[in-house]
Design a protein around this ligand. Structure first.
Ligand code: DLL
Length: 449
């Protein structure tokens, strides 16, 4: 099978769920998908062994070469790769191709140490464009759509990743990037955008600003949101959908593996199809490193199957989720990654209870009197960790009611999430708005406060 494209976008049907970009690959029977994965996995192991000293040393130590992969289950014998490996071999140490064969670099800054640098050959960019086009088509976008791209352009993979996908699909990209929210709103309306690409938190900031300006985006041409790059809850989905009058689709990816478009929901909105002809997905127990049975929660681990410049063996994403191979109504055969609860690194342990910010979000959003903007402040009180939830009142709510609202919210968090928190309700606009990835946790413990 070559990298042929069976573009079927632009078909005059509203049966969006069955609108494919690469039908042959997207609907490949699972046994054929597995055979393709096995062949490609051997190729990845060969690429790593031949061209990347770190991988070669680890593969040799594990006694595992390309010739030792007899079945997909053998992936379990391959060594893991982590973000620190990229940092320790900064900038290009994990690249399997010389710089002359690359056409693009991206990087993520992170809070400490060196950035993580990722590189792409022309073929890598080509595959990425196809997978992002696939994702957009799965979301319901089609040829001729105006796609307003509010993901940040630059070293972040969001902007350019979505940009190339939109062009590949044959749709029209508006390369807006983040910021200048008032202008974003004017252009969404004036250009008749049908699709909005943004982080869910920024989409909400756009909705809010539009409401303040008296612009009804629900009456605009917008129909689809391609939202990702940060964890978000179903409650947040319902909120953005109703405020923008759209269908909000979850899109997932990470720069170390490619960028956006590693997985994306179809319009059934029941989990993100992970594009298995290009990636091998596993769920492991983060403590033991052992695989967990299908349907059980654990850490998502991804091996790339076609990447040339930066092949990845069992990359530990730190993202906590579940997968299912059950058939989807859209006809795509690729497994589904269920909503990502959060990152292992963001998990808080409050008096023995494991909590992700998205769980608190799910309680907060939709509470009477409270706006869907929040931050969790974590600090140490004595020997225990303590969380203060900073929420925000909806405009028009009487300040005299803030304490009662806070009390109600704390009660719901206690009963639904199981942790005791202090809740502070702030005035409208007091919680910082994001233009990209929202900051949900302010951890004062790390600053020694
Ligand atoms: O955030 C790529 C991206 C851009 C994805 C635009 C989707 C849309 P990084 O900056 O490397 O890449 O961050 C990757 O973001 O490991 C997750 O923790 C988180 N993340 C990305 N998408 C989702 C999502 C881009 N849909 C990290 N749900 C990942 C939850 C997400 N978390």
């Amino acid at each position: 099978m070559g990298a042929t494209t069976t573009a079927e976008v632009g078909i005059p049907t509203r049966a969006a769920a069955r609108q494919y970009y690469q039908r042959e690959f997207e609907t490949l029977p699972r046994e054929r998908l597995a055979a393709l994965q096995l062949e490609r996995l051997r190729g990845t192991v060969r690429n790593c062994h031949e061209h990347v000293p770190l991988h070669r040393a680890r593969l040799d130590a594990a006694g595992c070469g390309p010739g030792d992969i007899a079945s997909l289950a053998d992936v379990e014998h391959l060594p893991f790769t982590q973000k620190t490996d990229l940092r320790d071999h900064y900038p290009f140490g994990l690249f399997a191709r010389p710089i002359e064969e690359l056409v693009r670099l991206h990087a993520s800054s992170g809070t400490t140490g060196k950035p993580t640098v990722v590189g792409y050959t022309r073929n890598d960019i080509d595959t990425w464009s196809d997978l992002m086009a696939r994702s957009l088509a799965a979301a319901g976008a089609r040829r001729g759509d105006v796609v307003h791209n509010a993901y940040g352009y630059g070293l972040f993979t969001g902007g350019l990743g979505a940009h190339y996908g939109v062009e590949r699909l044959g749709a029209v990209v508006v390369p807006m990037s983040g910021g200048s929210t008032e202008r974003q709103i004017a252009l969404i309306v004036d250009f008749g955008a049908r699709v909005l690409c943004a982080t869910p938190s920024y989409a909400l900031a756009i909705a809010e600003m539009a409401e303040q300006q008296g612009v009804d985006l629900r009456a605009s041409a917008l129909e689809i949101g391609m939202f990702g790059a940060e964890p978000w809850s179903d409650a947040m989905r319902a909120e953005v959908e109703s405020r923008l009058g759209i269908k909000a689709i979850d899109v997932y990816g990470l720069s170390e593996i490619m960028g956006p478009g590693v997985a994306c929901e179809c319009s059934c909105q029941s989990g993100l199809h992970g594009w298995e002809d290009h990636f091998l997905f596993e769920i492991i127990d983060p403590d033991t490193g052992r695989p967990v049975p299908e349907g059980k929660a654990g850490e998502l681990v991804i091996t790339t199957l076609t990447k040339e410049a930066l092949p990845m063996l069992r990359y530990r994403t730190r993202d906590i989720t579940r997968i299912t191979t059950a058939p989807c109504d859209c006809g795509r055969t690729h497994l589904r990654i269920l909503r990502i609860t959060g990152r292992n690194d963001d998990m808080l342990i409050i008096r023995g209870v494991n909590v992700y910010p998205s769980q608190v979000e799910a309680v907060l959003v939709g509470q009477p009197g409270v706006a869907p903007h929040y931050q969790l402040v974590v600090e140490r009180r004595g020997s225990l960790d303590h969380v203060t939830v900073e929420a925000e009142a909806q405009p028009g709510v009487d300040a005299a009611a803030y304490d009662a609202i806070a009390h109600q919210v704390a009660h719901h968090i206690k009963s639904l999430v199981g942790i005791t928190t202090d809740v502070i309700v702030k005035k409208p606009g007091e919680i910082p708005r994001s233009q990209g990835k929202a900051v949900r946790v302010r951890d004062l413990r790390k600053k020694g406060v």
